[in-house]
Write a protein that binds this ligand. Structure first.
Ligand SMILES: [Zn+2]
Ligand SMILES: [Zn+2]
Ligand SMILES: [Zn+2]
Length: 178
């Protein structure tokens, strides 16, 4: 497992512009015909093939000293001057996000799938409403509340029964001796 360097000082020299990564994903290497997941130079945003093809990204660094690129294969960043994979907040925001969106259709960290997928998922996991345990006192209370009556009803089992001037509002203390 390669741990990327997080303090590459060369990122600060980049002038990152907005580019269309969806076009770069299939673009040919500037020096050969390879379009098999090239590197994109982050100085000039030109695609170059990897060392596993014809090594044109390395040649580009040797001749131009353009040192940082993103691999379209795995969206990792490499700095030739640090001789290391690198990680940097600026690269994440300005390069990784749009490149990830172009490659995978979503921004990093976003859930995959469409609204329809989500609706389907919710329908599949919809829970049956839980039957509420029947509390006999509550049931009586509901009856009282549903009837427009001025009579006081004495409930067996209810410890206290209060009512307000508004006969529809009853307060029942439902605590029972256990
Ligand atoms: Zn560096
Ligand atoms: Zn090439
Ligand atoms: Zn370049």
């Amino acid at each position: 497992m390669v741990t990327p360097k997080t303090d590459c000082p060369h990122v600060a020299d980049l002038e990152i512009t907005d580019v269309d990564y969806s076009k770069l994903l299939t673009a040919k290497c500037n020096d050969c015909d390879s379009n098999a997941e090239n590197w994109i130079c982050l100085k000039c945003f030109t695609p170059y093939c990897s060392r596993y093809v014809n090594g044109h990204f390395l040649k580009h660094y040797d001749s131009e000293k353009h040192n940082i690129g993103i691999s379209l294969a795995d969206l990792s960043f490499w700095c030739y001057d640090c001789e290391s994979y690198i990680e940097h907040a600026t690269l994440t925001t300005k390069v990784l996000r749009p490149a990830h969106k172009a490659k995978f259709g979503i921004y990093p960290g976003e859930e995959e799938g469409t609204v329809d997928d989500l609706v389907e998922l919710l329908q599949a996991t919809k829970l049956e409403p839980k039957p509420e345990p029947v509390d006999p006192i509550k049931e009586v209370a509901k009856i009282i509340l549903s009837e427009d009556t001025n009579n006081i009803i004495v409930l067996t089992g209810a410890r206290d029964l209060f009512f307000t001037n508004n006969s529809r509002r009853w307060i029942i203390n439902c605590s029972r001796n256990s």
